[in-house]
Design a protein around this ligand. Sequence first.
Ligand code: FES
Length: 113
Amino acid sequence: MDITTPDIPLCRVADIPDGGVLGLDPATPHGEALVLARDGDRVRAWLNICPHTGRRMDYAPNLFLFKSGLLTCAVHGASFALAENGLCVQGPCRGDSLSSVPLRVEGGAVYRA
Ligand code: FES
């Protein structure tokens, strides 16, 4: 499954912990790794790419430092406020934002828009 295909669900809403994040890797080498965040029925996504140096933000595949709404990059510690659409609020790329990925939710499943 290639997660860049809009007709194939990325995951179920229930796969994402409420108030937490879920990382997804692409099935192909040319796909994009994503970070999905859930707040109740609301699901948002960003590329798993730190705007500081372009590296992945997880400390192990799809394991993230996430607490109190802040996603912290495991490389140099930049913190991103997911409630502020991924704005970096602390660290070396303060003021930059994560790249958001449009989604749609249908029937409890999450798709790329
Ligand atoms: S690569 Fe993320 S803070 Fe430097």
